[in-house]
Design a protein around this ligand. Structure first.
Ligand SMILES: Cc1ncc(COP(=O)(O)O)c(C=O)c1O
Length: 381
């Protein structure tokens, strides 16, 4: 094996054994009979490429998100690339994206041929705001990629109005914000198009998978061509675009449909878990639980706390089998971008933010245990 491959494989096994030792995981999916029954139907039917379950998954999500159209994808990243290409974003264009992002966001912009332009975030929302956008805007700016980080979307209405006024596209990465509502609107209903991810740590999961949501039929038609290798559908030989195979499988969609049936329970539990952490950590002066509320009815993706220094607390929690994580590592200082810029809020949030275990399967006594460990850490017991 090549040295670099060996190193990567050993980093992955270290990661897997660390995660395996966590008795309270950062996140875990909730699967059961519902998924098995629908998966069995697909296997017995014998057609594994997109079919009825995929159409049902799309229709249900469009309704939940207050959108006219939904198109399923193999990943959220693919929905982002395709949606931006369908808007005509490409070489010579700039797209503003927060540095506090999943790598999929700047990478998707780069994959269209456009240039990702990093911006700082608002300390109180963890998201872009009009001021941070204006600081980096140029004549080449074609779109703003808003990220509803960990489910927070405070201020997306102001960013949306700004984008409309300035004739910029608003792309909404609400991968972690499914079922969240902001100012009486589904978070996924904001933007020219929005994107969901169904990776294993999301509120509903299909293992991997994504969705593009929009009200524009022209955008969905164009995205559909890119998604189907540049043709309008399977069975068509005419290649109209240099496209991709970004289809989800029928197996994944069946799991998605089963997960949607259980989603109200997941959402209820995720909100209850956030409340339980907030109550139990009240009075710990070193800890601020991120407040998702304020004109919103959020389904938190992760419970996020801010402390004087994230790293020592994370080490302490992980050593005790608790799956705590940092926030996303700022993208502007990652080796493949490394722009040399300074984004004080992004850097501060990264150094002080901790994601706590927040799977719907988490029991109240486990929340209590995590909070006791945090309290003891600051009391140095
Ligand atoms: C905020 C955010 N954006 C984008 C993505 C990428 O989605 P996917 O892994 O489905 O491509 C994720 C996935 O975890 C995410 O959390």
């Amino acid at each position: 094996m090549q040295k670099s491959k060996r190193e990567a494989s050993s980093a992955y096994s270290d990661y897997m054994s660390r995660v395996g030792r966590e008795t309270i995981p950062c996140y875990e999916p909730s699967f059961g009979q519902e998924e098995i029954i629908l998966l069995t139907k697909v296997i017995k039917n014998g057609w594994l490429s997109e079919k009825n379950f995929t159409r049902e998954f799309e229709e249900k999500l469009a309704r939940i998100c207050g959108r006219l159209h939904a198109l399923a994808f193999s990943h959220g990243t693919d929905a982002l690339i395709t949606g931006m290409k369908a808007l005509g974003i490409g070489e010579g264009d700039e797209v503003i994206v927060p540095s506090l992002a999943h790598s999929a966001d700047p990478n998707a912009i780069a994959a269209t041929g456009a240039t990702p332009i990093f911006a700082d975030v608002d300390e109180n929302t963890m998201c872009l705001n009009v001021a941070t956008i204006q600081k980096v805007r140029t004549d080449k700016t074609k779109a703003i990629l808003f990220i509803a980080l960990y489910g927070s979307a405070k201020g997306i209405d102001a960013v949306s109005s700004y984008a409309r006024r300035e004739k910029l596209y608003l792309v909404n990465d609400c991968a972690p914000a499914l079922f969240g509502v902001y100012k009486k609107r589904s978070i996924a209903s904001y933007g020219e198009f929005s994107m969901l991810s169904f990776f294993a740590d999301k509120t509903i999961t299909t293992g991997e998978g994504g969705m593009l949501l929009t009200d524009k039929s022209s955008l969905i038609d164009e995205a559909n061509i890119y998604k189907h290798d540049g043709r309008r559908e399977r069975g068509v030989d005419l290649i109209e675009r240099r496209g991709y195979n970004f289809r989800i499988t029928e197996l994944q969609s069946a799991v998605g449909v089963a997960q949607l049936k259980k989603a109200p329970r997941f959402v209820f539990r995720k909100r209850a878990i956030l409340k339980a952490y907030t109550k139990r950590l009240k009075g710990v002066s070193e800890v601020r639980v991120f407040d998702f509320a304020n004109e919103s009815d959020i389904c938190p993706h992760r419970v996020v706390i801010f402390v004087p220094e994230a790293e020592p607390l994370i080490k302490h929690l992980v050593a005790r089998g608790i799956g705590a994580r940092t926030l996303f590592m700022p993208m502007h200082s990652q080796p493949c971008y490394n722009t040399g810029e300074k984004f004080p809020m992004t850097e501060k949030l990264y150094k002080t933010g901790v994601c706590l275990p927040s799977a719907p399967s988490l029991r109240d006594e486990q929340v209590g245990f995590v909070c006791e460990i945090i309290k003891n850490f600051y009391l140095r017991i």
